[in-house]
Design a protein around this ligand. Sequence first.
Ligand SMILES: NC(=O)c1ccc[n+]([C@@H]2O[C@H](COP(=O)([O-])OP(=O)(O)OC[C@H]3O[C@@H](n4cnc5c(N)ncnc54)[C@H](OP(=O)(O)O)[C@@H]3O)[C@@H](O)[C@H]2O)c1
Length: 272
Amino acid sequence: MVIDCKSISKEIDESVKERIAKLGFQPKLVAITSRPDPSTVTYLNSQAKKAKKLGIDFDVMEGTNMSELTKVISTLASDDTVHGIFLTHPLPKDVDEFELTLKIPPEKDVEGRTPYNLGMLIYEKEFFPPCTAEAAIKILEKTVELRGKRVTVIGRSVTVGKPVEIMLLKKGRDATVTVCHSKTQNIKEITLASDIVVVAVGRAKFLKPDMVREGTIVIDVGINVVDNELVGDVDPAVEEKAMVTPVPGGVGRVTTSLLMEHVVRAAERQGK
Ligand SMILES: NC(=O)c1ccc[n+]([C@@H]2O[C@H](COP(=O)([O-])OP(=O)(O)OC[C@H]3O[C@@H](n4cnc5c(N)ncnc54)[C@H](OP(=O)(O)O)[C@@H]3O)[C@@H](O)[C@H]2O)c1
């Protein structure tokens, strides 16, 4: 069975449109990129399309090295007409991403990448949580009662795995979380004992049908390009026994809507 993520994203988009109408000015989002590859270009195009549809001004700025990127960030940080900033991946190898995120003002960090916004998660305050992690949580909350559920998260990246794990533990959500990564032994034994599996590995068809029980809820975060097609981390055969988010049109769709919601929230807080 496929989990309907379209209605979740539509609900977010509708509230974003209403809130923009009340703002009295147009919020602005700027993506910072460095020699974008074809998949980054596709990602940016979909952001631009969504922003236009919702009434958000969207711009892209480029920097090819640490000094150019630092300059772009500091220009945007002090520009009152810019409400949200995000850095696209991949960045050049010689760029220190951590150092760059330190230069993004937390109130403009709509992707939730700065140490401030990630640290807020530990205190159970979701100021700007990372959009993809928030999308996974939102889909789960719309689908199932999390309290007491055994959740396995496969992946421990800063972008997805770690924030999802922390957010699942938040009081009120109260999931019991197991984390797997590339050094974990016998993942199948762990997923078979889980009610929910969140897969953020970046390997096509990683989660196989024999790794889940009947009725498991599976959140497929993966985006992989195979033979020019987008596929997730979950083998499509898993849908025969579990409830799975689709790829494309699942976590990615909700993530884009949430990014726009964060831009509006940033504009509301900045108030100009
Ligand atoms: N839908 C969206 O909006 C969205 C947004 C961001 C990312 N994504 C997609 O989500 C996927 C994950 O992204 P990411 O940024 O988290 O990737 P990442 O930084 O490459 O992290 C991948 C994680 O998977 C683990 N892993 C790799 N091979 C494994 C294996 N054989 N068994 C168990 N764990 C394994 C790694 O373990 P180690 O830590 O031990 O290396 C790592 O923690 C990618 O496909 C990406 O494109 C989607």
